[in-house]
Design a protein around this ligand. Structure first.
Ligand code: AMP
Length: 592
């Protein structure tokens, strides 16, 4: 395909405002792209390399301005290009505004006034340019780029400039490419015609839509697994749905990370009945690939690659993780996890510390002396030839535990339908210095790139409340000699202006044994009466308490109840008179 043809089609797509019509134009472009299909499928998104590859063109704006200026003629400088950019707002429009052809005379173009650039030729030259390294490489890049612009018509220059700076701006996102691939190669003409019909929805149309949606889902899965629009387009065309279904994970090629939403324990249990609970590590996301590209049970080529959340290769920055994986794992794997910075005792350090190591390119060994990093893995996407994406969380975690359960790298997974048990797990995680917990739908698959509802990061507490402790219960078993559960009250002013305390909930979580002993010592002198294990306390002590939600509830005398209250600390600086009032509770409840 001539690059001029590509530019003209890109121009049409850019000019088309309606999404469906845009997709249709893209579909036609793909259907006619022939052997250029993989390149075209990347170019329309402003990519030369597939998303999983960490190669970049590494062309800064200045180099691009310089190349445009050179191609535009002797009187034009990079500063002129920048000035025009300020005026026109966009590099494509700037490039199109210069007369590059004029440089070489119209004879430079063939009979139709077209340049000789082809899509494959541009791709080739840009790839060579990306590979240029070492001394003088910037000059060579500039020469190549100048050569390309110099052969461009205005229409071509618009899209070349944008491609070079990775901003195509034709309104084609990942979803458009996905749909267009499906429509070009997987949806038959009859179905396509039925769907395009604007008539009221008929059964025929509905069935056609279902088939199209299924085709789109197939393309989507293959994209998630391969992260390569070019390859997926070609497989869709040449091998159809079966071919796409057979696209598998490749060790060494990163997968888009599955993402989380914020949510509460209530959300999780209401939705799933039980939750898989994991420690939320406070580090930087890392995907570990180990082994050869070949699936198999033996590691043929012992190679570790580490990728960031954006699929950037960060292997060289984290030699300890590489060494750890090499030492502990003996089969090809793809793991998902975090790298955390730890102190000498292995306890997690603040997030800022890992940032000093994570993408470091220089002085890695020196920084390694200063900050120790360790792997914390929470998912296993592939092991010993098995793709595990569609396996449930519990199964993937079990595979992970088989691989690394004997190390510190894997935390225990709690499967629970009991909010209190989850709160305890969270308290332990916080106590150990972690960020909190993740709640996962135990039966859910791994959905690359997806911020769905199957992974919830437990919402941090809303504003805490300072509440008065007006009662308590003695603990059981090991904790029998401690007060274990504390009754909390909010302050209300009665008619005489005196304080009265109305109960609002009980807190038992977030408290270590050591702290319980301390609290017992603090509160025991305030016991005014006891019945069974329950005691009434003189209101003297104020607890700061976190919670997920304030609910209207007849259980307590305030008329409200705290959902999942969590002990934060004793407010030694506060007296019951300065504790939070019921009015504040009401206001917070309203604001929720
Ligand atoms: P956030 O960055 O606040 O959106 O929280 C989600 C992030 O937490 C994920 O992208 C991971 O990088 C990180 N994370 C830490 N521990 C886990 C875990 N056990 N499961 C999933 N993600 C985790």
């Amino acid at each position: 395909m001539q690059f001029a043809d590509f530019a003209a089609r890109a121009n049409d797509i850019e000019a088309e405002p309606a999404d469906l019509a845009k997709t249709a134009l893209l579909r036609d472009l793909f259907a006619t792209a022939g052997e250029d299909l993989p390149v075209v499928a990347r170019f329309v998104q402003g990519r030369v390399f597939p998303a999983w590859q960490s190669s970049t063109l590494d062309i800064g704006p200045n180099l691009c301005y310089e190349a445009i200026a050179r191609a535009a003629g002797q009187n034009v400088t990079a500063a002129d290009v920048e000035e025009r950019l300020a005026e026109l707002g966009e590099i494509g429009a700037v490039a199109a505004s210069f007369d590059f052809g004029g440089q070489r005379g119209l004879a430079a173009f063939g009979a139709g006034g077209q340049s000789d650039l082809t899509v494959a030729g541009v791709d080739d030259e840009l790839r060579q340019l990306a590979a240029a390294e070492g001394s003088g490489s910037q000059d060579r890049k500039l020469d190549t780029l100048f050569g390309l612009f110099n052969r461009c018509s205005a229409a071509e220059a618009r899209y070349l400039a944008r491609l070079v700076l990775s901003e195509m701006r034709i309104g084609v996102g990942e979803g458009t490419v996905r749909d267009a691939v499906a429509e070009a190669f997987l949806v038959d003409a009859e179905d396509a015609a039925a769907i395009r019909d604007d008539e009221a929805e008929t059964e025929v149309e509905e069935a056609a839509r279902d088939r199209r949606d299924a085709a789109i889902a197939t393309v989507e899965r293959a994209l998630q697994v391969s992260n390569d629009y070019g390859r997926v387009a070609v497989v869709a065309r040449d091998e159809g749905r079966d071919g796409l279904d057979a696209v598998e994970l490749d060790v060494g090629r990163p997968v888009q990370a599955m993402l989380a939403q914020a949510g509460t324990v209530t959300d999780a249990l209401d939705e799933w009945g039980e939750a898989a609970v994991e420690t939320k590590f406070d580090g930087a996301r890392v995907q570990v690939h180990y082994g050869s590209g070949e699936a198999g049970n033996a590691v043929e080529e012992e190679e570790v690659s580490l990728f960031s959340r954006n699929m950037e290769d960060v292997t060289d920055a984290l030699p300890e993780v590489v060494e750890f994986v090499e030492a502990e794992i003996d089969q090809p794997v793809i793991l998902d996890g975090e790298v955390v910075a730890v102190d000498d005792a292995g306890a997690p350090l603040p997030f800022q510390e890992i940032l000093r190591r994570f993408r470091r390119k220089h002085d890695v060994e020196q920084m390694r002396e200063e900050i120790t990093v360790e792997l914390r893995a929470f998912d296993c996407l592939h092991a010993a030839g098995d793709d595990l994406l569609t396996q449930p969380v519990t199964e993937r975690h079990a595979r992970l535990a088989e691989l690394l359960g004997h190390t510190e790298a894997v935390s225990e997974l709690l499967l629970s339908d009991d909010a209190e048990e989850i709160e305890h797990y969270e308290a332990d995680a916080l106590e150990a210095g972690h960020e909190g917990i993740m709640l996962k739908n135990p039966v859910s698959p791994y959905s690359p790139g997806n911020r769905g509802k199957n992974w919830l990061k437990r919402k941090p507490d809303v504003e805490t409340l300072d509440l008065v402790v007006t009662g308590a219960e003695w603990g059981e078993g090991r904790r029998a000699k401690f007060l274990g559960t504390f009754l909390l009250s909010a302050r209300v002013e009665d008619a005489d202006g005196d304080d009265e305390f109305r109960t609002i909930g009980k807190v038992a979580t977030g408290i270590t044994d050591e702290k319980l002993a301390e609290l017992t010592e603090l509160l025991e002198p305030d016991i005014v009466s006891q019945s069974g294990t329950e005691v009434d306390l003189r209101p003297t002590t104020v607890f700061e308490v976190g919670y997920e939600e304030i609910q209207v509830s007849p259980t307590y005398s305030s008329g409200y109840a705290l959902r999942f209250p969590r002990f934060v600390e004793v407010r030694e600086d506060k007296t019951p008179e300065t504790a939070d009032s019921l009015t504040r509770v009401e206001r917070l409840a309203e604001e929720q």
